[in-house]
Design a protein around this ligand. Structure first.
Ligand code: ZN
Length: 233
């Protein structure tokens, strides 16, 4: 198995922490971002600055960081009707899921990531899916990811390992992981350059970063920051 990894890298807090995690342990690390017609492309626009910032924090990371890929998945935006791809307010649906859920998103992302990893010779595919602090998205569940790993390996006759370093930690522990990997420099980079807000708002700078402060993604990020800052360090 090659010691190369492909990281699903959106430019948010979680995927940036995952990228640092991968750079810390694998010899060659490439990144992939998906453009599926998100209403707000701010996250994707953050990616170059974050990659450069990670390289500036640690020389070994800079050496290991390989190509960046962007994949257009406009078809996903066309078939889905969610608050991330349509101009509608964020709300809970009758099914008990927030309408920020894009059905099939992680399944499609991981299938395309695996096809890219196949071509690039990377055996590890790293994603920020998390079951602990999540919004109830069924495609973030550990069982979903494990089932996909089996399906992708059978379907492509490979031995991919789907790595999800955030699966069992909460948002406070995600900040803690960033601090452990890259110290205050990485925490600062995530605060300043990553984007999480569902509304694409970068008007206000909070201690945890930029965002509206009110949407579910901002609230989760802010709450995790407060719990992390309160915990003994
Ligand atoms: Zn927000």
């Amino acid at each position: 198995m090659s010691d190369a990894a492909l990281v699903l890298f959106s430019g948010g807090q979680d995927s940036t922490t995952c990228l640092a995690w991968a750079l810390d342990r694998f010899d060659r690390v490439e990144t992939v971002g998906f453009d599926y017609g998100q209403r707000h492309r701010v996250e994707l626009d953050c990616r170059d600055a974050l990659r450069a910032g990670l390289g500036a924090i640690n020389l070994a990371w800079k050496t290991r960081l390989g190509d960046d890929h962007t994949v257009s998945l406009a078809a996903l935006g066309e078939v889905s009707n969610t608050a991330l791809t349509r101009d509608v307010a964020i709300a809970m649906t009758d099914g008990g899921l927030p309408n920020t859920f894009v059905p099939g998103r992680n399944i499609i992302f991981l299938a395309f990531a695996a096809a890219l990893a196949y071509r690039r010779g990377a055996a590890r595919i790293v994603g920020g899916m998390c079951e602990t602090d999540y919004s109830g998205y069924p495609d973030c569940r550990d069982d979903t990811i494990k089932a996909l790993q089996v399906a992708l390996n059978l379907g492509m006759d490979r031995r991919f390992v789907l790595e999800t370093p955030l699966m069992w930690i909460d948002k406070a522990q995600t900040w803690e992981l960033a601090a452990a990997l890259g110290g205050p420099a990485l925490v600062d980079l995530i605060v300043e350059k990553t984007h999480t807000c569902y509304l694409g708002d970068r008007g206000a700078r909070h201690e945890w970063g930029y965002g509206c402060g009110e949407c579910p993604a901002c609230r989760l990020r802010a709450e995790g920051w407060r719990r992390w800052r309160r915990s003994p360090q």
